[in-house]
Design a binder for this molecule. Structure first.
Ligand SMILES: [Ca+2]
Length: 263
């Protein structure tokens, strides 16, 4: 009985599923990294695995973007969500850190950029912004750089819908605006339209419209992990698992053995 209770506690304490992503195993898990330029110019964009700032993570850097409609893109992406209804997304969280790049254009740390078909063959590009982009800029989540933030993207910050330049203050409001939307298929995301990853679910510095250059120009940030709930089933994507979590796991296992011996 005691073991059964412990098992339930463990279930409550961790996400339903966990995917550990490293630069070496991205492909095996259906993800890829894209660091490139879009529509000309040069690039020094990069996606790298680091242990900076006290967490094992991915660093996303996009260089200066001083020319209209010439972008740098640094992200990881998957097409595993293609065809999934936007309405099926029930939770979204991220732990990220903005390192440098703040400017009057409301710089963002690495974030979600999603591309959906809104159900009628027309696409919509969606970027989650932890901070408000309308004045006052103090609205929304904390803005300070060099601090890890764990954000609930479903209920804080803003979801920006590029094509209509509309901001939604919650995931549920976004879903209500796009009731028939689903994550777009790779075949519908041509490179020559600027879809650098050709995949609908992106995390990082992923500009798709000229107005996005300001957010990501000469900007570096980090992501420790993010979580996505689909119909209530939450998966945590740990961008490089922490050795500490392994130690905790082993400690928990040793603890379990101890309990068993005392029974
Ligand atoms: Ca991590």
């Amino acid at each position: 009985m005691r073991r059964a209770c412990l098992f339930v506690v463990c279930l409550l304490a961790v996400p339903a599923a966990a995917v550990d992503l490293t630069m070496d195993n991205l492909g095996a898990n259906g993800w890829k990294a894209t660091a490139t330029f879009v529509w000309g110019g040069s690039t020094n964009a990069s996606v790298t695995e680091t242990s900076d700032y006290g967490a094992d993570n991915f660093r996303f850097y996009t260089g200066p973007m001083n020319t209209s409609w010439q972008f740098q893109w640094a992200g990881i992406s998957t097409d595993a969500f293609a065809g999934t209804k936007l309405s099926a997304i029930t939770s979204v969280k991220i732990r990220n850190l903005g390192a440098f790049g703040d400017n009057p254009y409301r710089w963002q740390p690495p974030t979600f950029t999603w591309i959906v078909d809104k159900g009628d063959g027309n696409q919509r590009c969606i970027t989650w912004q932890p901070w408000a982009t309308t004045d006052p800029v103090t609205a929304g989540n904390p803005r300070e750089p060099l601090v890890w933030h764990e954000y609930d993207a479903a209920t804080t910050g803003q979801w920006f819908l590029e094509e209509t330049e509309t901001f939604y203050s919650s995931l549920s409001a976004l879903k209500a605006a796009l009731p028939n939307a689903y994550f777009e298929y790779t075949a519908e995301l041509p490179l020559d339209w600027g879809y650098a990853s050709q995949q609908a679910f992106n995390v990082g510095n992923c500009p798709l419209y000229d107005g996005d250059r300001g957010w990501f120009t000469d900007t570096a940030g980090y992501v420790d992990w993010f979580e996505v709930g689909v119909n209530g089933v939450v998966t945590r994507y740990d961008l490089v698992p922490e050795p500490g979590s392994l130690v905790a796991l082993v400690a928990g296992f040793v603890g379990l053995l101890g309990l068993r011996r005392r029974k």
